[in-house]
Write a protein that binds this ligand. Structure first.
Ligand code: ATP
Length: 345
């Protein structure tokens, strides 16, 4: 279970690593920093480059200074980082960070917010995705010309640990049910092991209901009756896909925050990517990054500031006057930031 960071610094100020990131990252992270400060969050940011921005300036996508900062602060807010698809030897920086700091749980709360057109009503679920193995092990090779093998690695240790995380979260947040999502009918050994571990863990939490769903059926049920889901626990690849699907249920990627949590470290980030199509245009929806910042504040014990931000986001969306394009409005990133700050109290 993640240990909460309680080491408040001088005057109750928490030091945290800040990674602006690539694409729309700098815009939405700047917005989050402004809102956190206006809400009374006491954070001293240690700004660090990573990804493409770091590669261009420092010749490496994961600078030592970034690793040293996060090792020290143990908590961070991160913008999306660009991964160059298919370039040999260039692995995703986000995946590398998760592995290096063993940020084994990717947690994405997906909730219907007021006034969002096209969103399903009453959705309030949490996707808990295993973050360190599966097809993301990075083991791929060509066995003969035209034949490539990618290795899916599932271990009992990681499966038990993520199931344990999901059940503890369910208990802590008074959730009623955990559903393990799998494809054990086809991948009998790997997904079979994942399920066996989840079942074992479930036995120790008799007050939390436990169910299992095959991933294709889970997707169908999710788009038909999303309000019936509660906590979902998944391997890495299914978790990646299903969490974007869940974001779509409540209005899209611009609204869903996330956290990568390990035993000692926690890195908060929005679910969305770098959105190169709108980068640098002041069009990105900053709410997911802002709500990730609110999660960070909660994590370090600054609950009042976090609550102020969460309430202001609800109010802003309910009023419906200031919305970015992805939510059917015309407002800029800056206008949303200013509108939100005006609603903080
Ligand atoms: P990456 O490779 O970094 O994941 P991508 O473009 O494949 O980038 P996303 O960045 O998640 O994936 O974007 C998917 C779509 O959603 C794009 O059309 C993008 O403009 C839109 N989008 C993502 N995030 C936001 C946001 N915060 N505000 C508005 N639109 C967004």
């Amino acid at each position: 279970m993640a240990r909460r960071v309680t080491r408040a610094r001088k005057g109750g100020v928490q030091t945290a690593t800040l990674i602006p990131g690539d694409g729309i990252g700098p815009e939405v992270i700047d917005s989050a920093v402004q809102v956190i400060e206006a809400a009374g969050g006491r954070i001293a940011w240690d700004v660090q480059l990573a990804g493409k921005a770091a590669f261009e300036r420092l010749g490496t996508a994961i600078p030592d200074a970034l690793l040293a900062s996060f090792r020290r602060t143990r908590v961070g807010l991160k913008g999306p980082l660009e991964t160059q698809v298919g370039r040999a030897g260039y692995r995703s920086v986000s995946v590398a960070l998760r592995k290096m700091f063993d940020l084994y749980a990717n947690v994405r709360p997906v909730r219907t917010l007021p006034g969002v057109r096209g969103a399903f009503a009453g959705v309030d679920l949490i996707v808990v995705r295993e973050n360190t193995e599966d097809l993301y092990s990075g083991i791929e090779h060509q066995i003969a010309p035209g034949v490539v093998e990618s290795v899916k690695v599932i271990t009992a240790r990681a499966s038990r640990r993520i199931a344990e995380y999901a059940f503890q979260l369910a208990r802590r947040e008074r959730r009623r049910k955990v559903v393990a999502i799998h494809k054990a009918n086809i991948m009998k050994l790997s997904d079979g092991l994942f399920l066996a571990c989840a079942r074992q863990v479930a036995l120790r939490y008799p007050r939390v209901k436990y169910e299992e769903l095959i991933v294709d059926n889970a997707c169908m049920q999710l788009v038909r009756r999303p309000a019936e889901f509660d906590v979902l626990v998944l391997e890495n690849l299914y978790g990646d896909i299903v969490s974007d699907l869940c974001a779509g249920l409540v209005g899209g990627l611009g609204l869903v925050p996330g956290a990568n949590v390990g035993k000692r470290h926690a890195l908060f980030e929005a679910v969305h990517g770098t959105a190169p199509d709108i980068a640098g245009k002041n069009l990105a929806n900053p709410l997911a990054a802002i709500m990730s910042g609110a999660k960070l504040l909660r994590h370090v014990g600054q609950k009042q500031a976090a609550g102020r931000i969460e309430r202001a986001v609800e109010r802003l969306l309910r009023q419906g006057r200031v919305r970015t394009r992805d939510l059917g409005g015309r407002a800029t990133t800056r206008a949303v930031t200013e509108g939100l700050i005006a609603l903080l109290h």
